[in-house]
Design a binder for this molecule. Sequence first.
Ligand SMILES: NC(=O)c1ccc[n+]([C@@H]2O[C@H](COP(=O)([O-])OP(=O)(O)OC[C@H]3O[C@@H](n4cnc5c(N)ncnc54)[C@H](O)[C@@H]3O)[C@@H](O)[C@H]2O)c1
Length: 365
Amino acid sequence: MIRVAIAGVGNCASSLVQALSAARKGPVEGLMRSRIGSWGVEDIEIVAAFDVDARKVGFSVGEAALAKPNCTRVFESDLSAHRTRVLMGPVLDGVAPHMADYPDDEAFRVSSAKPVDVAAALKEARAEILVCYLPVGAVQAVSHYAEACLAAKVALVNCVPVFIASDPAWSSRFAEARLPLVGDDIKSQLGATILHRTLASLFDMRGIRIERTYQLNTGGNTDFLNMLARERLSSKKKSKTQSVQSVLNEPIPAGDVHIGPSDYISWQKDNKVAFIRMEGRGLGGSPIELEMRLSVQDSPNSAGVVLDAIRCARLALDARVGGVLAGPSAAFMKSPPKQAPDFEAQALCDAFIAQVAGAAQGRGD
Ligand SMILES: NC(=O)c1ccc[n+]([C@@H]2O[C@H](COP(=O)([O-])OP(=O)(O)OC[C@H]3O[C@@H](n4cnc5c(N)ncnc54)[C@H](O)[C@@H]3O)[C@@H](O)[C@H]2O)c1
């Protein structure tokens, strides 16, 4: 069993929990890897969960995953196996003030419960890995959970664009504590980032100079609502932009690239729509233009990747490997400490799995 804690039982966590329930009934559609080492998705168990919303705190993880304002597609409605009670986390900067201006069904509503000691709760639950699924801009809250991981000796999968794995001060602390760290900012299975990176690499490989590009994203979930606060957005924009720039031999001048979450459209719910435009120059300066529209369910798209990140972290724990897991971070995250083109990142991740799974087996674990 892989003992997982979740910070933030929002839409992404809901898709994750649904996948765990579905996996116990039979094969789940759309996984990147059915087994990682000896681990299947059905081996993952949620042993602790933290949230701050009154409709989630005190309820079981299964109930919280389907509670408002979550609005992701329900592909598995029987979540009764997930009985762990959601604990009240410290709110800190997790809830943007403008949430109060939106209807209950669309926004966070803070519980009046007293926050728990996160590190103590992780220890008590004997959690092995924490998945951090807090809102964008929650720098203090993400840091608080990262500190709790260090105190409770728990590995961290950081899905949020708050820089932990890519901050040397944090990553060296996880390395010293021999705790696996996968981060930062989850890269969706087939989302705007990986598509934009692939298109940018293709232009580069075929000698087409990219003059200008944008990636506009709209959605109607609380992630998009939260990101209406411009001051919370800077790390998300930085993470998404760097992710695309990093695959190019020569970065596009800052004024000619615009990548970020663009608007909140409530009726879209968890359906994210991305518009990508690329303008380039081919032979003799001949113009080339490309327009693309991607429509996805946002949250399963992230959870599918987290299912692999969790199992890689567990392999590392088994093999006593700590610090940033470079291959998995490059494959699964938008802002790893070391970027790699996606096919290379995939190969690095597979090499990590083969090596670490072998090391753990060699030790008789
Ligand atoms: N495809 C994707 O959806 C995707 C991709 C990349 C990154 N992410 C990131 O993953 C994170 C989670 O996304 P989501 O769509 O599940 O968001 P969400 O808004 O649905 O969920 C966030 C949850 O965190 C809770 N919360 C707020 N403050 C808290 C605190 N201090 N302690 C504990 N819980 C707290 C909220 O009540 C809510 O349940 C976001 O940062 C998002 O940008 C998502």
